[in-house]
Structures are given as C-alpha cells and as structure tokens.
Ligand binder design. Structure first.
Ligand SMILES: Nc1ncnc2c1ncn2[C@@H]1O[C@H](COP(=O)(O)OP(=O)(O)OP(=O)(O)O)[C@@H](O)[C@H]1O
Ligand SMILES: [Mg+2]
Length: 316
C-alpha cells in the first residue's frame, strides 16, 4: 500500500472563455472540474497502475464525499481534519491559448491539524504502508517544520518516504533524509542556490543531496526527460513526443510510474524507464493523466552513462 499525503487539496476547474477582460463579466464553458492536489494525482495514477493506494488529505471531513465524487476513479481517501472549505484553483483558458491561473490559499490550518497529520501518517506507516508520498504545497498556518516529524515517524514505523515538494518544505524533507525526492529542474536549482545548465551540474546537485542523507534523487527535466541518482549510481533518460497536450501534473504521473515499478520489484533503470513512459503518457493526454501505451514504453530510453555535457533548461 502506497499512502499519499496532500496537505492542501483543491478543486481544479478550467474555464474556457473567448477573451479575458479585466473588470468585465465573462461567461465560459467548464472544460475540466476535478478533485486534485499532487498527492491525490499520484494516488489516482497508482490506482490506474494497479497499485494499492490511499490518499490522506487535509480537509473538513464533511467535504470528503463531495470531493471524492470529483475524482476520475474512486480511490480510498481519508481526511485529516481542518476547518474551512477545500479551495478552488481556477485556470482560465482564452481562445488564443493564453492561460491565467487564479489559486486560492486554502483554509488556515491550526496546531490541531498539524498534530492530526503527524498521527494519521504514523498510523498509516504502522499499518504497513510501504511508501508515504508527501506531495504538494502546505496550507497557510502549517509550518514546514512539521514535515520533519512526519518523516521521522513514518520511517521509524518502517515506511519509506518520498517527497515531491518545493521551497522550504523541500529543504526540510532533505534535512530529514527522505528516501526519495522528486524535484523538477527549477526546484533542484533553487535548492542548490544556483542555475543548473547541464547534466553534470544536475548530477553535482543530486550528489550533494545524497551526501546530506537523501536516499535517491529523481530530477524531472520536462521535455528533456529525467535524471536519477542514488547510492547505486546515476542514470538518465528521455521519452520524447511531439504530441504535447497538457504538461500539468506530468511530474505526478512520472513519480507514480516510478513508484509503481519500484513496487513491482523493478531495477533502477526500469523504474526510470517506467516513470518516463508515465510522464510521456500524461503530456499526451488532455486530462491530468493517462496510462502509458506501447508507444510510450518504446519511446522511453535510459542509460547509465549519460552525456554529462548535455544542456538542460527550465521549461515553463
Ligand atoms: N514536453 C514533454 N515531452 C515528453 N515528456 C515530457 C514533457 N514534459 C514533461 N514530460 C515528462 O513528464 C515528466 C515530468 O515533467 P516535469 O519535469 O515538467 O515535472 P513537474 O515540473 O514536476 O510537473 P508538475 O509539478 O506539473 O507535475 C518528465 O520527466 C517527462 O518524463
Ligand atoms: Mg512537480
């Protein structure tokens, strides 16, 4: 069982309008209205991969049924109680393709919520979760320092911990020595404190995290693929495609594919290859996911001796 943690879930709604005019009233068509948040996305993808999973979400328990109804698939979910409505993140897409995002902060979490989060993760790990996946941002009021306790407890109870978080939360996760981090290139560069312009620089930044006690680093590089670095060596790969429809959440699918392969006992090259195939399937699908087909699996190539002079850049 892989248990994901989404501290600040959201209803992700996409509205298509002709043209956005500041101060005007515009009517649009709802393209997409789904329950989301990075951990939830990872659980949905794991469920598609046939891996047992459950999502912990910080939310008012009274809202959980309504939230679950907005999922693609009815995954197991548990609320870590907080007061206040689940936020809505609105994307407005104009006819020319311009996308504007309006994100709510989410309800403010109090100290009881932090304590409930620690206890819910500890219970999940004690009940035999193989991985705890911490993914996405924290709500206002929740100090990233709480993640250190969450991580230590989960690992004490025998679970491995993966973190797909950014900023201060990523620093805390690294400091706590998580088993796996999944930064994208921008997040890794922010953590390193300088630009990373080729694979050699990415490798150096990853090795610093390993020295600091992180088990493995899976750095996603957008269209340039991904770089994996662990005590058993480095590998890199890509799964190019010209059919890019939606890159939002590709990192979540990539992480889910990697963990699903790990769960199935795959070696590190196969884990990376599977993660890349899931990332490619995600960008080719117009929604927030998609199961890789034979074409995605065939397109993913990996190597243990990457060309370290290869340039990489942050894709926005
Ligand atoms: N243009 C693309 N072509 C092929 N694969 C892609 C492309 N963009 C992303 N991917 C795949 O998705 C993976 C994750 O992408 P990326 O590095 O953009 O993640 P991310 O920034 O964490 O995304 P998010 O946080 O929105 O889920 C990449 O490692 C790659 O496998
Ligand atoms: Mg990401």
């Amino acid at each position: 069982m892989i248990v994901t943690v989404t501290a600040n879930p959201s209803f992700d709604r996409t509205l298509r309008i002709d043209r956005l005019e500041r101060g005007g009233v515009m009517r649009g068509e709802v393209l997409h209205n789904q329950a989301g948040g990075k951990g939830v996305n990872v659980s949905v993808a794991l469920d598609r991969a046939g891996v047992a999973t459950r999502a912990l979400v910080i939310a008012d328990p009274a809202e959980l049924d309504g939230f679950r109804r907005h999922l693609d698939r009815p995954i197991g979910m548990e609320a870590v109680p907080t007061a206040g409505a689940i936020r809505t993140n609105l994307s407005v897409v104009e006819a020319d393709g311009t996308t504007t995002k309006l994100n709510e902060p989410g309800p403010t979490a109090g100290p009881e919520t932090a304590a409930a989060l620690v206890s819910a993760v500890r219970s999940a790990a004690s009940a035999g979760a193989t991985w705890i996946v911490l993914a996405g941002s924290l709500p206002p009021g929740l100090d990233p320092a709480v993640l250190a306790e969450v991580i230590a407890d989960a690992r004490d109870a025998g679970a491995s911990v993966a973190a797909d978080v950014s900023g201060r939360s990523l620093e805390v996760a690294v400091g706590a020595g998580v088993d796996l981090v999944k930064p994208n290139l921008g997040e890794l560069a922010t953590l390193a404190g300088h630009d990373l312009t080729d694979l050699a620089a990415v490798e150096q930044a990853c090795l610093r995290l390993l020295d600091g006690g992180v088990g493995s680093v899976l750095c996603s590089l957008g269209a340039d693929g991904a770089f994996l670095c662990g005590s058993d060596g480095v590998s890199a790969g890509e799964a190019p495609t010209s059919e890019v429809r939606n890159t939002v959440g590709a990192g979540d699918s990539m992480l889910a594919g990697y963990l699903a392969a790990e769960h199935g006992g795959a070696d590190r090259l196969d884990r990376l290859r599977t993660g890349l195939a899931w990332g490619r399937a995600a960008v080719r699908s117009s929604g927030t996911g998609g199961v890789p087909d034979d074409d995605d699996l065939a397109a993913a190539t990996v190597t243990t001796s990457p060309d370290r002079t290869r340039r990489v850049e942050i894709h926005r």
